[in-house]
Write a protein that binds this ligand. Structure first.
Ligand code: SF4
Length: 488
């Protein structure tokens, strides 16, 4: 529904015309914030670009980087503290899906057979062999393992067993490591769940996106609401005691009512973790528009959807651990994420893998052909990256700390100033005085004696807040690339 006028008049419109109590509550929250002053500064969520979302530096700022550079780059300011040096998170990309969803921006193929998985696993094995020999990888323990994609659950039990065996042959896994597997509802079977459990997996992440049957069909998803609920219950019954559900908002055809309906269902299912992803206009909008005879929610509707999710989850007793993530209690934390939030090192295996190692942020090749070609020459399949200097490591630490550990009811939220000082030898207040002052004026940040964290308004504009920490030069480059305009 397209409504004209100022931000306040648009919110008033929804207040008058939407009688649902959760929408009313979200309208009141938004009216109490100072969003119009952000609009006046040119800060709007519709400028979110996927590549800036949840990462630093932006993908467009990366350039060619060699394997030698990645594995010889110095640690700044010193080696990370002992605990972190020992631990490493492992991500593994499995690019196989049953069907392509219209909103998907991840690298995956639907044109595969079991033999293609065999071939892919062979290349993964080669990558594991190459990387595990690196001096900076020796003696490291895997604190968390994440199988993402794609849809890892499409692997059959023979492939799952084989891949786990390969991982154990190359890396040493901590006995209490968090092991996560992504799945879509239609790929879940008791047999596979039992196989994952037997291999030490203890967290299942189900990509559901919406519970609305009509929307599911229009996004090319292969299941219905009833089947989703059945697969969730099956996973629980078969033994997964830690389940995350992913939902998306801002998708074509979604309305405040359909979103409300999805929130009610997920609250009823009570998974241990819930993640709400905002659909970014910058990716796949064309594909979605072609597919749907429907319209996209407006900027204000997307804000309302985000606030509705926060208010509903908090009302249900969930803890907001980041702008888009919730846990039912600290008995079920999201260790992989918490580790990344403190600049913990991540090695990402597979095509499109995104790693952070030796203070280098880099990506593996984005095409299977280049990924395989590189490994055939016994060269790690690195496409591009950046070796961060000390200031950039600090910026990354702040951005990740704010984006991955801020929540309205989370204790120990945001970036701890004392820890920052110990780690980098400088005061965050001194080093980032200008940025903090500006963000406080815009009411995006809460600055206390001990910490900085995102305010409620900052939680809604987490990506935009992060851009203030980018260097002048990087922001100019991003502007030149037309990814975002009018950055202050
Ligand atoms: S199942 Fe996931 S990875 Fe596969 S196409 Fe759909 S959204 Fe993309």
């Amino acid at each position: 529904m397209s409504v004209d006028g100022t931000f306040d008049s648009k919110i008033d419109y929804y207040k008058k015309h939407e009688h649902d109590s959760l929408v009313q509550k979200a309208c009141s929250v938004l009216s109490s914030l100072q969003i119009p002053s952000l609009y006046a500064e040119g800060i709007q969520r519709n400028r979110i670009h996927y590549e800036i979302f949840n990462q630093y530096p932006a993908y467009s700022l990366l350039s060619n980087i060699s394997e030698e550079k990645v594995f010889s780059h110095r640690h700044y300011p010193h080696s990370p503290h002992k605990e972190q040096k020992q631990s490493i998170a492992l991500y593994l990309h499995l690019p196989f899906c049953l069907k392509k969803c219209t909103f998907c921006c991840f690298f995956s193929t639907t044109d595969w057979q079991s033999a293609d998985i065999d071939i892919y696993l062979k290349y993964l094995e080669r990558e594991m062999a190459l990387v595990s020999q690196k001096p900076s990888m020796r003696g490291r323990e895997i604190s968390s393992l994440y199988w993402g994609g794609g849809t890892p659950m499409v692997l059959d039990t023979v492939h799952i067993d084989r891949l786990m065996k390969m991982l154990h042959n190359s890396f040493s896994m901590r006995s209490n490591a968090e092991c996560i597997c992504e799945a879509t509802p239609e790929t879940i079977s008791e047999k596979k769940i039992e196989c994952f459990l037997k291999n030490g997996f203890n967290r299942l992440s189900i990509g559901i996106q919406t519970f609305n049957d009509e929307l599911l069909r229009s996004y090319n998803r292969l299941y219905s609401r009833a089947e989703v609920i059945e697969s969730f219950n099956k996973s629980k019954k078969t033994g997964f005691s830690h389940i995350n559900i992913d939902l998306m908002f801002g998708l074509a055809g979604q309305t405040l009512q359909t979103w409300r309906e999805s929130l009610e269902i997920v609250a009823h299912l009570q998974p241990q973790n819930i993640t709400f992803y905002p659909f970014s206009d910058s990716f796949n909008k064309t594909v979605m528009s072609q597919n749907a005879e429907t319209v996209f929610p407006t900027e204000e509707e997307k804000l309302l959807m985000h606030v509705m999710a926060i208010e509903k989850m908090v009302e249900m007793g969930y803890i907001q651990i980041s702008p888009y993530q919730f846990i039912v209690s600290w008995k079920f934390p999201y260790a992989h994420q918490e580790f990344k939030a403190i600049n913990g090192e991540v090695y990402a295996l597979g095509v499109t893998g995104h790693s952070f190692l030796n203070n280098c942020d880099y990506h593996n090749h984005h095409s299977l052909k280049n990924y395989q070609k590189s490994l055939e020459q016994n060269i790690l399949p690195i496409k591009c990256g950046r070796a961060l200097n000390k200031k950039e490591v600090m910026v990354r630490y702040i951005i990740y700390g704010l984006q991955k550990t801020s929540g309205i009811n989370r204790r120990y939220s945001g970036v701890n100033k004392k820890v920052f000082q110990e780690r980098f030898g400088v005061s965050i207040d001194y080093e980032f005085h200008k940025e903090l002052k500006h963000l406080k004026q815009l009411k995006l940040l809460v600055d206390t004696t001990d910490t900085i964290r995102l305010s409620y308004q900052g939680l809604l504009y987490a990506t935009e807040t992060s851009l203030f920490f980018y260097s002048e030069e990087d922001r100019k480059k991003i502007n030149r690339l037309n990814l975002s305009a009018d950055l202050k």
